[in-house]
Design a protein around this ligand. Structure first.
Ligand SMILES: [Fe+2]
Length: 387
């Protein structure tokens, strides 16, 4: 791995030392006898650093959203795991990601969301860069002559999948198309190209990011945590989440639509009869998921902040002009309200799980043989990604 990218890469022995080799072995085998990740994987700053270096940096993860840089010259700094990156739209309309650091004295280049940029200028010595990252000018170097040998900005490998900007920091991961294939195969019937951004709900969660993602992929808690969702589709009509390689997914059928769930917004074009009464969702091991309803799609993005803290955003996209038209405002609001209500029902539980992870009385976790194969698989995928 390029040391400029994520610093010195740690060894697998560090992963084993924190989690314990026995605990990692306990992830294997049938779910009836397996154990989930031990507490240290939810409380240790050293573990989270390893997750970044070994899981996220070597895979694909979402750093931004296309709607955040809609126009040429728009730029937005982001800091996944504290690493300064810059997402921008260049003057040709392409989205690029760079390390947000001036090559001269390593100052952070852009510190706030910007628009209308024609160039990027370092705050300290005025070195400037074109929006393709190449050095434009380095004033007063060699008494004012151009600094031909000076490097430009360090680009980050990035790809856009519809509304979501993915990066692969070490540049060596499989093609994004291949990485997403288990998910894109699942949702091929939805015309994502027909959707536009409708709104975002933000959440601060006092819990490890994995607890939020595990919770999202297991429907076992619906009957106790989500009364309205349980009225919509009860436990007897739900199935445990499924696994396809590194992707975990689920699906349910519903009978009668309600506001926020299939009522109040236009449906995807050319949707099958089955999909018009269905919800399907998937997660990736790198803290991201997408849920498809017949009338909208919602993405779940988790930004780890500390072992016991993450930021979550749910972005909602709807079909065509319904994203902005006043005629559909009520449906949009009902959908955002539904997500806000549902997620607040989860956050207390997730934060309680985090507090429980500090107890010396329990480690790992007992798993339901019927419901918990997918959360266990997520644990395994995190560790596999760190191997
Ligand atoms: Fe939930």
């Amino acid at each position: 791995m390029d040391p400029r990218v994520v610093g010195q890469c740690s060894a697998w022995s560090d992963v084993e030392a924190i989690a314990g080799a026995n605990a990692l072995d306990a992830l294997d085998g049938p779910v009836e006898t397996a154990s989930a990740l031990p507490n240290a994987c939810y409380t240790s700053a050293a573990w989270q650093k390893l997750e970044f270096e070994r899981l996220f940096a070597r895979s694909w993860f979402v750093v931004g959203f296309v709607q955040d840089v809609p126009e040429p010259g728009d730029a937005m700094p982001v800091e996944p795991f504290g690493t300064p990156l810059l997402v921008l739209r260049d003057l040709d309309g392409g989205i690029r990601v760079f390390h947000n650091v001036c090559p001269h004295r390593r100052t952070v280049l852009v510190t706030g969301k910007r628009s209308g940029l024609r160039e990027l200028a370092g705050p300290c010595h005025g070195w400037s860069y074109d929006l393709d990252g190449s050095l434009r000018d380095s004033p007063h170097v060699d008494c004012g002559s151009p600094h031909d040998d000076a490097p430009g900005l360090v680009p980050v490998r990035s790809e856009v999948w519809h509304h979501w900007i993915f990066v692969n920091l070490d540049g060596k991961a499989q093609a994004l198309e291949d990485y997403l294939a288990p998910a894109t195969d699942l949702v091929r019937g939805y015309d994502l190209g027909a959707t536009r951004y409708a709104g975002t709900a933000h959440f601060e969660i006092a819990a490890n990011w994995k607890l939020a993602l595990e919770n999202y992929i297991e429907p076992y808690h619906v009957f106790s945590a989500h009364p309205r969702l349980h009225d919509f589709v009860s436990m007897s009509e739900r199935m445990p989440s499924r696994i396809d390689r590194h992707v975990m997914w689920n699906r349910y059928d519903f009978g009668i639509p309600e506001p926020g769930r299939g009522e109040g917004l236009p449906y995807f074009p050319n949707l099958s009869v089955e999909a018009a009464r269905q919800v399907v969702w998937f997660i990736l091991p790198t803290a991201f998921g997408v849920e498809f309803h017949p009338d909208h799609v919602a993405s779940f993005h988790l930004a780890p902040v500390a072992p016991d803290r993450c930021r979550e955003r749910i972005d909602v996209y709807v079909v065509g002009d319904a994203a902005t038209s006043p005629d559909w405002a009520e449906g949009r609001q009902a959908t955002l309200d539904m997500w806000d209500e549902l997620n607040h029902e989860d956050i207390g539980l997730i934060e309680s799980m985090q507090r429980g992870r500090t107890s010396p009385a329990y480690d790992g976790g007992s798993l339901s043989a019927y419901w918990d194969e997918a959360p266990l698989h997520l644990n395994r995928m995190v560790v596999e990604g760190m191997r």
